[in-house]
Design a protein around this ligand. Structure first.
Ligand code: HEC
Length: 135
C-alpha cells in the first residue's frame, strides 16, 4: 500500500516535471482548451458554454477593429492574465488558469522598448487571438 502511494506520487511528480519541460505553446490548441468553450472556435462568442452565461462572451475577432485597427497585444495578455489571477472574467467566477502562467517566460516588448518576461503560453494565446481578427 505504502509503495503504491509512493509510486503514484512519483507518477504525479513525473507528470508535473513533463509539463514543466514541455508546456503547450500552440496558441490554437490553447485557445481550443481554455477559451473556445465560451468564445467559440472562431472567437465570435458562440461557444457551447456561452448560453449559460449572464454575460455574452466578447467577440474576439473585433478587438483590433474596436481599437483603431491595432491589436492591443499587451491589453489582451493582461486580460487573460487577470482572468487567471482574480479568477474573474466577464463578471463570472471562472476556472483558475494557473497552468497558463507556469512554464518558461519569453521577453516581449510591452511598449516603448520595455522588455518584460511573459509566460510563453500567454504570448501564444494572444498571438493566436490576433490571427482571428477581421475588419
Ligand atoms: C466561461 C466563459 C469564458 C471563458 C472560458 C473565456 N472567456 Fe473571455 N470573455 C468571456 C466573457 C463573458 C467576456 C465579456 C466580458 C465583458 O464584456 O465584460 C469575455 C471577454 C474577453 C476579452 C475582452 C475582449 C474585449 O473586446 O474587450 C478577451 C480578450 C477574452 N475574453 C479572451 C479570452 C481568452 C484568450 C480566453 C481563454 C484563455 C477566454 N477569454 C476564456 C467569457 C469567457
Amino acid at each position: 500500500m505504502r509503495w503504491a502511494m509512493i509510486l503514484s506520487g512519483l507518477g504525479v511528480a513525473a507528470m508535473v516535471a513533463a509539463c514543466a519541460v514541455q508546456p503547450e505553446t500552440d496558441g490554437k490548441v490553447l485557445f481550443h482548451d481554455y477559451c473556445a468553450g465560451c468564445h467559440g472556435e472562431s472567437g465570435v462568442g458562440d461557444g457551447p458554454a456561452a448560453i449559460g452565461l449572464a454575460r455574452k462572451p466578447a467577440d474576439l475577432t473585433r478587438i483590433a477593429a474596436k481599437n483603431g485597427g491595432v491589436f492591443p497585444r499587451v491589453r489582451v495578455m493582461s486580460w487573460i492574465d487577470g482572468f487567471t489571477r482574480a479568477g474573474k472574467h466577464g463578471g463570472q467566477v471562472m476556472p483558475v488558469f494557473d497552468p497558463l502562467l507556469t512554464g518558461p517566460n519569453v521577453l516581449i516588448d510591452t511598449g516603448g522598448g520595455v522588455m518584460t518576461p511573459t509566460p510563453v503560453q500567454l504570448v501564444a494565446l494572444s498571438d493566436y487571438v490576433e490571427t482571428l481578427q477581421r475588419k
